[in-house]
Write a protein that binds this ligand. Structure first.
Ligand SMILES: [Zn+2]
Length: 444
């Protein structure tokens, strides 16, 4: 066999192998099925979810007149139903599907107006199989997308009579939601429901406190992306972010609450991201805009802000941990740190509370109990309050009332001091008199 023939043979072998692999993979994809279509509404978005047997091979595009979004799924059958869409739905007019050719399926979403959309696939979890998600949202003008919070002043200013005092704002984030149920207990309790229920109770407790107000990041059963949760907190000018979850572990005996803050590694990853985006984000960190700073200075400012934020988060977290430790067992005695995305705001102290283990049947039962949820909400509120009592943000009612009580203490102390001085003076005077008397006696 000549060298050329050998090369030729090698080439054909490779070609056969390639074709075999190619057909195998298309044969595997040929049996994909859409088993159902669901949709969830969040305040700004609607998500349509296709439940699939396998990972989808698809294309998507948008057409106008009439406005619609098209999904072509290759090698896919349709089994199941298309959901009914109310006429009053904000975003969707109708969802329909049809066979496109022998092998592919077309799903059409008729939309109300020209909508922005994005698609992504999700891998199977405990509750669902493969999913294709189509997220619809109103077209937004670029300028509106950047949130410009009011610059926070770092200097502690004594409130003047003219300065309007504000409430301390606690952003309360119920973990998961909508198509993401979170962890699921033995009795089928879903983490997303427990988290929302405790979050609502926490808001009620926070609102009862003088000078404090709670803002719910999600108010119902829908999913909000992790970054969006941070944005909502920032737009609400939150002074603190508290995320509520319930833990899960394969060992059902593991129990107790834990409290998390962002880890140093998580902070440095985030700082790289902020610095990379600073030109177009023009965001503010701790009242300082990063977009006009030299890179080294921007980095230093951001590091300072992050360090101070993690420090504040840790102090608040340990207050919360000690309070929830009075309600039930704690999993770890110390504040934990991890790279949770929702905790990454560089200038808002952020805490994640794993209320208990939903994977522990005893704790699952307790988490479902309204009275236990109340106790947890009250304990978290006490922890938050303890922290802010010591470190109230400037221009807040709490800072002013602390100032007033400090003033009162100072006033009382000075009153007491002047009284004592008076008494002391009188005593000295009388002593002197006595002394004088004594002297006069001795003189006799
Ligand atoms: Zn969770």
């Amino acid at each position: 066999m000549t060298a050329t023939m050998q090369k030729y043979k090698d080439f054909t072998n490779k070609l056969i192998l390639f074709c075999a692999l190619f057909f195998c993979s298309s044969a595997w994809a040929a049996n994909n099925e859409i088993n159902g279509v669901r949709f969830w509404d969040a305040p700004d978005t609607t998500r349509i979810i296709l439940d699939l047997k396998n990972r989808p091979n698809f294309e998507s595009f948008r057409l106008a007149n009439p406005n619609r979004i098209i999904l072509d799924l290759n090698q896919t059958e349709f089994k199941g139903d298309v959901p009914y869409v109310k006429r009053s739905h904000r975003h969707i007019k109708n969802i329909r599907q049809a066979r496109r050719n022998n092998k592919s399926r077309r799903v059409v979403i008729d939309t109300k107006g020209l909508l922005d959309y994005r698609t992504y696939t999700l891998l199977p979890n405990k509750s669902y199989g493969h999913r294709l998600v189509i997220e619809l949202s109103k077209k937004e003008k670029k300028a509106n997308q950047v949130v410009h919070p009011e610059p926070k002043t770092n200097k502690r200013q004594a409130p003047t009579a003219h300065a309007r005092l504000r409430d301390i704002i606690i952003a309360i984030d119920a973990g998961h939601g909508g198509e993401d149920p979170g962890a699921i207990g033995k009795f089928k309790t879903q983490e997303k429901r427990i988290a929302l229920s405790i979050a609502k109770k926490l808001k009620r407790e926070i609102d009862k406190q003088k000078g404090m107000r709670g803002v719910l990041i999600r108010k119902g059963d829908y999913y909000i992306s992790l970054r969006k949760r941070m944005e909502i907190a920032r737009a609400a000018r939150a002074d603190m972010f508290v995320s509520i979850h319930a833990d899960a572990f394969k060992n059902p005996r593991v129990k107790g609450s834990s409290v998390f803050v962002l880890s140093a590694k998580g902070a440095s990853d985030e700082s790289a991201k902020w610095l990379a985006n600073r030109e177009n984000a023009s965001d503010l960190v701790g009242g300082v805009s990063l977009d006009d700073k030299e890179p080294v200075l921007a980095r230093v400012l951001l590091d300072l802000s992050q360090t101070a934020t993690i420090d504040a988060s840790t102090r608040a977290a340990s207050n919360i941990l000690s309070e929830i430790g009075k309600v039930g067992p704690v999993h770890k005695n110390k504040v934990q740190s991890a790279k949770f995305v929702v905790l990454k705001s560089p200038d808002i102290p952020s805490i994640l509370v794993e209320t208990a283990f939903i994977s522990n049947p005893q704790e699952e039962r307790r988490l479902k109990n309204g009275r236990y949820q109340d106790k947890l909400a009250k304990a978290i509120t006490r922890g938050v309050k303890r922290y802010f009592k010591k470190s109230p943000p400037p221009n807040t009612r709490l800072a002013a009332s602390n100032q007033r009580s400090t003033d009162n203490v100072v006033e009382e102390l000075s009153k007491e001091l002047s009284n004592n001085v008076l008494k002391e003076e009188t005593k000295t005077a009388s002593n002197n008199n006595n002394k004088n008397n004594l002297t006069s006696f001795a003189d006799i």
